[in-house]
Design a protein around this ligand. Structure first.
Ligand SMILES: CC(C)(COP(=O)(O)OP(=O)(O)OC[C@H]1O[C@@H](n2cnc3c(N)ncnc32)[C@H](O)[C@@H]1OP(=O)(O)O)[C@@H](O)C(=O)NCCC(=O)NCCS
Length: 234
């Protein structure tokens, strides 16, 4: 075989490899989409874990409830939207995005939204904190995306926030999501410190500042250690 023929055969082989890699990647994404669909079809992802539906520590006694947005009472949904505005408006106003109350309301009421809510059982089920989350695809991966974690001020610093993140991780990983992921403003160092304490790390999809562009947020995540990485490099 001459050199030219050899090169031709090599590139034929590489073409075959690339096609096989693309096929494997398509199959991986289809499997990931199926997992997301299955997770979204569950009536209550917390029902299998009764011990995680109670939080009794630091003088608090809360029950946790997990529901789709359509199953929340209008009062609880309005409370969540108000709390989000109270806690986050100053951070959005400091960001390049600005605060757009109507857009946030729309995001929080979309059909795909799930809510994990903590109710204070010592105070007639007063809502203490919530997380808006979704089972979704993100850059080709199956994830639980935490859109919000918001606690009323009087319930902070008692371990409830960490516990709610653990519950999200439990619901994510028991449904075979690859990671729990979220966005945090760089100018919310207290939020960022909290997530670091919960062992969240900068995600590979987090944008990096450059000369041309800077970003005022990090994308952070925790990966499901039980799940082997299957991504194919194309
Ligand atoms: C951020 C938030 C959810 C944390 O919940 P929390 O119940 O107060 O936190 P926890 O008590 O579970 O704390 C867990 C760990 O994080 C640490 N932590 C909590 N808040 C912190 C803060 N402001 N600065 C530094 N560390 C903090 C705690 O010291 C604790 O660490 P330890 O176990 O080593 O003591 C809550 O403070 C909140 O709702 N803040 C306003 C909204 C917000 O910023 N949300 C996140 C934006 S995406």
């Amino acid at each position: 075989m001459n050199r030219a023929q050899g090169r031709k055969n090599k590139s034929k082989g590489q073409g075959k490899e690339k096609r096989a890699a693309r096929k494997a990647e398509r199959a991986r994404i289809a499997a990931a989409q199926l997992l997301v669909k299955q997770a979204n079809a569950i009536h209550d992802p917390l029902a299998k874990f009764p011990t995680f539906s109670k939080f009794e520590r630091g003088g608090l006694s809360c029950r946790l409830d997990c529901k789709r947005v359509k199953d929340l009472t209008p009062e609880v949904l309005e409370w969540a939207i108000d709390l989000c505005q109270k806690n986050m408006k100053p951070f959005y106003e400091k960001s390049s995005q600005g605060w757009h109350g109507n857009e946030k309301r729309e995001e929080m009421t979309e059909d795909e939204a799930w809510y994990l809510i903590a109710y204070d059982t010592l105070r007639s089920d007063k809502p203490a904190g919530f997380s808006h989350f979704r089972f979704d695809m993100d850059y080709g991966d199956e994830v639980l995306y935490c859109y919000e974690l918001q606690l009323e001020e009087e319930y902070r610093g008692k371990g409830l926030g960490r516990f709610m993140m653990q519950v999200l991780e439990l619901m994510a990983f028991s449904n075979q999501m690859l990671k729990v992921i979220l966005t945090v403003f760089k100018h919310n160092p207290r939020g960022f410190e909290f997530f670091k304490k919960c062992r969240y790390e900068i995600d590979e999809t987090s944008p990096e500042d450059s000369f041309e562009e800077t970003f005022d947020y990090h994308i952070i995540s925790k990966t499901n250690k039980m799940k082997p990485l299957q991504k194919t490099t194309l």
